[in-house]
Design a protein around this ligand. Structure first.
Ligand SMILES: [Zn+2]
Length: 220
């Protein structure tokens, strides 16, 4: 009899509120004049309570009834949560004051994550994607170079975008790349280029080559 009461308690425990549980259990108890309900301390070695715990555990582990909430599959819930967190991440990424150069290549954080996890990161690629590297402007900022300007033009600040897009010192490499991928190398095209596996490989190769050359020139 005790076990049948336990089973009612267990079956109703997850679904009902405490008051409802009492309403369900009370008639079962009152039908048994020898049964009384009273509070006992949990996990204190009281035999009946230990037994109830054991039955509850078994019921929870071998529960064959439907899930408490099954209006949509778990996979859908996971997808919704993932989309919401990506959106939140994107907002912080877009609004953040840092990573302006990275955003030229990857305006969307989802794209950065997806592409970069399958890309082998090298020092030159990291310098390209962050703008932190052997460029006059960056070196000047840290007092490692007298001027932030490029050797090609005393009015042009030499940052990574200048080097990749317009510096005539790397014209030969740039034209070769543009011929290969059929796209003009400019910041407006970067997000499209990195989306295409073939173009991205050629483009990153160009970036690394040019960044390496630029760093060497600035060292001399
Ligand atoms: Zn230049």
């Amino acid at each position: 009899m005790w076990e049948s009461i336990c089973s009612v308690v267990i079956q109703t425990w997850h679904k009902e509120k405490a008051e409802d549980r009492r309403l369900i259990i009370r008639p079962k108890i009152s039908a048994q004049p020898c049964v009384r309900l009273f509070w006992v301390r949990a996990h204190a070695g009281i035999a009946g309570n230990e037994r109830a715990d054991e039955l509850a555990k078994r019921a929870a582990l071998t529960k064959k009834t439907a899930a408490d909430y099954d209006r949509f599959p778990l996979s859908y819930a996971k997808r919704v949560i993932r989309a919401a967190s990506l959106e939140e991440w994107q907002e912080r990424y877009a609004e953040g004051g840092t990573g302006e150069i990275t955003k030229c290549f990857f305006p969307r954080v989802e794209q950065a994550y997806r592409v970069l996890r399958k890309t082998e990161m090298t020092s030159h690629l990291a310098q390209t994607l962050t703008g932190h590297g052997g460029f006059s402007q960056y070196l000047h900022r840290f007092k490692l170079k007298d001027s932030p300007y490029c050797a090609c033009d005393p009015a042009k600040i030499q940052d990574v975008l200048h080097v990749l897009e317009e510096c005539p010192m790397f014209l030969r490499e740039r034209v070769a790349l543009e011929t290969e991928i059929g796209v003009i190398v400019g910041r407006g095209e970067f997000p499209t280029i990195v989306e295409d596996d073939h173009k991205r490989a050629k483009f990153f190769n160009y970036c690394c080559k040019v960044v390496e050359k630029c760093s060497k020139l600035n060292r001399n």
